[in-house]
Design a protein around this ligand. Structure first.
Ligand code: GDP
Length: 456
């Protein structure tokens, strides 16, 4: 499946970014370049891809993010949100049929787009949910349309009507709708004619059919293989008839499916369903967020990957929980120092909460303070280095050099940070010794004392 390949490429790019030891601008750029190429190859409009790129770079502002945030999660969430955004038209259909109340839904579209197949799928979908759908074939233009609809309807045991003799689609549609209203059908589906091209005769016939059947909802069926050309086609139909929603078909085998979906969203038309095969059950409700989750979970060996995405998405919406126990063993590691900074920076206006603690000290105007710079350096350390007792693994010139390069700081600056860590670890162990047995949990006031002024 081609959409799966697109999803696989995007999730592969996110995974590669996540696996990098250091998340810096280059890693983000590589990840975004891969995603951009994948989207352009799926025929997503250049301007949409370019907006996505710009928005993610704006959200993932490395300078502003230095406050100890989890960059992997922020980047993953930004990508996820942007993908949802480009598929979300920001509009709901003007009408949603209700079970038990009669509604008329008229399907329009070009010939070959999959209209007749989709009418049957739509009827089948609702029937399986307890509705009483009925099918009206008002396609008198295409020879065989009625037979096709009849075949599908019989298979799915759905009442249908049409005519081999009547050539006026308006008469057939009006009679069919009247009949099924009398029979208390709650979803009357009208299949209309298509043409090979958008032409005046097609639009005129659609308008007459709409006048005769007074549909509650007009659904435009579009072939997803046309990619970004979907934008012009959707606009043309919208201008001629009051299109309330779109169904995009043939997303099972075409390289341009992603382009079609984003192009339809750009016209602010809600996509109700997508067609993913010729069979009646190859039909899915479309909703941007679950669709993107599925897309990213498809086509790749992603054990655990989607969990991370879900976690990233939900956890970023929650207030970050402060670490309760900064040092379980009493050994103050570099990671403890990182978490301590993180907590301090996340406190917000703690100057109000702690008498005498000057917020300006922590966040000096015009600069981010040493704490933030030190966190950037620690971002470039491996898990083992962060957790090594007394920072012992960092007593090594080549590791210091690697962290300096990775964080964009000088070797001297990294050494200075390690010295500051040692000083702080000393103060930390003294504070613990002074405290009661259970006092390994530090409160904010204690913490502010443990962080030396020179670091603020
Ligand atoms: P209409 O002229 O718009 O009524 O189009 P049809 O319903 O006759 O469909 C045209 C062709 O597209 C048929 O061969 C269908 O089986 C096929 N088709 C429709 N929907 C899909 C879909 O979602 N995926 C695939 N692969 N084929 C589809």
């Amino acid at each position: 499946m081609v959409l799966a390949q697109l999803g696989g490429r995007i999730s592969g790019a996110i995974r590669q970014m996540s696996n990098a030891t250091v998340i810096d601008k280059k890693v983000l750029n590589d990840c975004l370049n891969e995603i951009t190429h994948a989207l352009l190859q799926a025929d997503v409009q250049f301007s949409i891809v370019s907006d996505l790129h710009t928005n993610i770079k704006r959200i993932v502002d490395f300078d502003a993010l230095a406050a100890g945030h989890d960059k992997r999660k922020i980047i993953s969430k930004a990508i996820f949100n942007e993908l949802c955004r480009i598929l979300n038209p920001g509009k709901k259909p003007p009408f949603t049929p209700k079970r038990g109340k009669t509604s008329v839904v008229m399907f329009v579209g070009l010939q070959g787009s999959g209209k007749t197949t989709t009418c049957a799928k739509y009827a089948h979908f609702h029937r399986s949910k307890g509705w009483k759908p009925a099918l009206v074939c008002a396609d008198t233009f295409r020879a065989g349309a009625f037979d096709q609809l009849k075949q599908n309807a019989v298979k799915a045991k759905i009442p249908f009507c049409g005519s081999y003799t009547e050539s006026d689609p308006v008469t057939i549609a009006a009679q069919g709708v009247e009949r099924f209203k009398k029979e208390n059908s709650d979803l009357i589906i009208v299949d209309t004619s298509g043409r090979h091209r958008q032409e005046a005769a097609l639009f005129e016939e659609m308008r007459q059919l709409a006048e005769a059947t007074k549909p509650d909802l007009v659904v435009f069926v579009m072939d997803g293989s046309i990619g970004q050309a979907a934008f012009d086609q959707a606009e043309a139909f919208k201008q001629s008839i009051d299109v309330g929603a779109v169904i995009v078909t043939k997303l099972d085998g075409h390289a341009k499916g992603g382009g079609a979906l984003s192009a339809v969203a750009a016209t602010k038309s809600p996509v109700l369903f997508i067609g993913t095969g010729e069979h009646v059950h190859e039909f899915q409700v479309f909703d941007a967020e679950p669709f993107v989750k599925r897309l990213l979970g498809m086509g790749a060996d992603l054990s655990g990957f989607m969990d991370n995405i879900h976690q990233a998405v939900s956890s970023m919406d929650q207030v970050q929980k402060p670490p309760e126990l900064l040092s379980e063993s009493g050994n103050f590691t570099l990671r403890n120092m990182y978490e301590q900074f993180q907590l301090m920076l996340n406190m917000g206006p703690i100057g109000h909460a702690i008498p005498g603690f000057d917020q300006e000290l922590m966040m000096p105007k015009g600069g981010s303070g040493k704490m933030k710079r030190y966190m950037i350096m620690m971002d470039s350390m491996t898990k083992k280095e962060l957790d090594s007792p007394n920072g012992s693994l960092m007593n090594n010139e080549s590791r210091i050099l690697r962290v300096a390069k990775g964080s964009g700081h000088s070797i001297e600056a990294v050494k200075e940070m390690l010295e500051a860590y040692k000083r702080q670890a000393k103060i930390w162990s003294k504070t613990l010794k002074k405290g009661s047995k259970n006092n390994k949990m530090m409160n904010v006031e204690q913490m502010s004392k443990v962080i030396p002024d020179e670091m603020l």
